[in-house]
Design a protein around this ligand. Sequence first.
Ligand code: 218
Length: 183
Amino acid sequence: MKRNVLVWVEAAIIAALSMALSWIPDFAGWFTPSWGAIVLVIFSLRRGLTPGLAAGLLWGLLHFAVGKVSFLSVEQVLIEYVIAFAVMGLAGLLYSPFQKALKAEKYTSAITLACTAAFVGVGVRYFFHYIAGVIFWGKYAPEGMSPWLYSLTVNGTAALGTFIVVVIACVALIRQKKIWIAH
Ligand code: 218
């Protein structure tokens, strides 16, 4: 397969796999970690920024195809299912130093860079959910709780849980070079 085509086929498979992982039982409502972020961050470090952004965007759009969109308004849906999912690909900003570290078998540096990538991708995504939470979901806050604190509690917990599962997966898989280095 032409290299370019291969990258896009991989992006589509990654988006589908990330989507599939959202059927892992949701044990804590909006607090539940986003398992698909594991696959998306790894892919962004394997293929770089543009493929990462594209796979994230596609994952977001797949929510419409499978009917897993929580709709409050058009603006909310654009922020939470188009922008928030696409920006997870920003993890790919760390692609070059990560690839260099891994190819040199500098595993400590590679893990540090992967954690930074996870922090960027997951952090920027949940920043958008946080903003959407304040503007659109504030009305669901418990009596007497401000929308700011409500959104920070919900999205901060989900972001932290997601970051932790991505980091655990990266550490567990770091020596599996075939996952990280494309040919
Ligand atoms: C306070 C609050 N509650 C719910 C949402 C909606 N939200 C949160 C996280 C992730 C996603 C995308 C689908 O998994 C959504 C829609 C929010 N932003 N804030």
